[in-house]
Ligand binder design. Structure first.
Ligand code: UD1
Length: 338
């Protein structure tokens, strides 16, 4: 496999994956409408790798513009599809925006996968498809509970669409269910750069440390966990990026067609909010101003991944520690927001 199209390649996980693909000698083409990311990310990718991916500013909901890319590029060996909205709160307020963007974008792309005979497809899914979970760790065979938000519903629908189209389209598909990607590339030229005020924990930690937020709110300190705060499976974004390269390799080595694998991408370790904050304070030497608050509506208490399938099928496992996640997230915040 040589030429890979990355939709949403200037986004957070997308840009880190582009870097890993370029470093593994893939020819990378990016499509992004830059609605939630910045054009400078492409410079960051070039500074990191010394390579410049081809870039098309196009919206996946614009079927004509999307098809022009396929016509210009000729044979595309694989697609990694990130382009989608990802804010849970926003999706609750504007569900149609999420269904239009995330579902229509995927439909257009899959129609072109069929028409231009692309053989390998990796879909960005999320552990949010599991809904509220009672049994831990979560494995791919865990029954899905109702989605907690329209964002999560769009990921459930995406996976269902792949389940259906795999029967028709002679290609192979993988859905990667990410747990909590955090951190930034160690070189410091790319990282998480949300265009709206972030409400995820790590950008709130680094943002509080740099003075963008007055204090860090800790949602829940009396929950039934080892220290009373929520448990999540944090994973360095470069480890997540590498899972995509491994997924493309796995797909390219398949001898059959019409398959769809669903794979968890997590570390397998549950870390509490308080443990993550302590790791940040230790590696940076900064004491955060923090306050306990009630649990956040819709939050699950604890979730972490069973990693059996990812290590077996993709021969992939996480390499980076919680300390590296915190250090690189902080380096990125300092470099970009002082
Ligand atoms: C959330 C989404 C998930 C989505 C992911 C995308 C929900 C319920 N889940 O994951 O579907 O894929 O974002 O990035 O929204 N916390 C604090 N203080 C803060 C912020 C967060 O204590 O200021 C806590 C939360 O309560 C949670 C943990 O930190 O226990 C992680 O939160 P977050 O980073 O927002 O991720 P998720 O909620 O796990």
């Amino acid at each position: 496999m040589k030429k890979v199209l990355v939709t949403g390649g200037t986004g957070y996980i997308g840009s880190h994956t582009v870097v890993d693909l370029l470093e593994n000698s893939y020819e990378v083409i990016i499509i992004d409408n830059l609605s939630r990311s910045k054009r400078e990310v492409i410079e960051g990718i070039e500074k990191t790798t010394g390579k410049l991916p081809r870039f098309y500013s196009a919206d996946l909901c614009d079927r004509t513009a999307l098809e022009e890319v396929f016509q210009k590029e000729g044979t595309i060996d694989g697609i990694v599809h990130f382009a989608a909205y990802k804010y849970v709160d926003e999706s609750v307020k504007e569900p149609l925006l999420y269904y239009r963007n995330n579902v229509e974008g995927l439909i257009n792309l899959l129609e072109l996968v069929k028409k231009y005979q692309v053989k390998n497809f990796v879909f960005s899914s999320s552990c949010s498809v599991y809904g509220n979970i009672e049994t831990l760790p979560v494995s791919e065979s865990t029954k899905l509970n109702p989605a907690e938000s329209p964002y999560a519903s769009t990921k459930v629908i995406g996976e269902m669409m792949l389940e259906d189209v795999k029967l028709e389209i002679p290609a192979n598909f993988i859905s990667l269910r990410y747990f909590n990607p955090v951190g930034a590339h160690t070189a410091g030229f790319i990282g998480e750069n949300p265009s709206v005020v972030p409400n995820n924990l790590v950008p709130r930690i680094t943002g509080t440390a740099i003075g963008k937020f007055e204090k860090l709110m800790i949602f829940g300190n009396q929950l039934p966990t080892r220290d009373g705060s929520c448990i999540r499976d944090y994973i360095h974004v470069m480890d997540v990026a590498k899972a995509h390269t491994a997924a493309l390799k796995y797909l390219s080595e398949l001898s059959s067609l019409h398959t769809h694998e669903i794979i968890n991408i997590g570390s397998g370790k549950g870390v509490t909010v308080l443990e993550l904050i302590a790791a940040f304070e230790k590696v940076t030497g900064i004491q955060l101003k923090k306050e306990f608050a009630s649990p956040r509506e819709g939050d699950v208490i604890a979730v972490y991944s069973d990693t059996t399938k990812s290590s077996k099928l993709l021969n992939w496992t996480v390499e980076k520690s919680i300390e590296e996640m915190m250090q690189t997230a902080w380096n990125w915040e300092e470099a970009n927001n002082t």
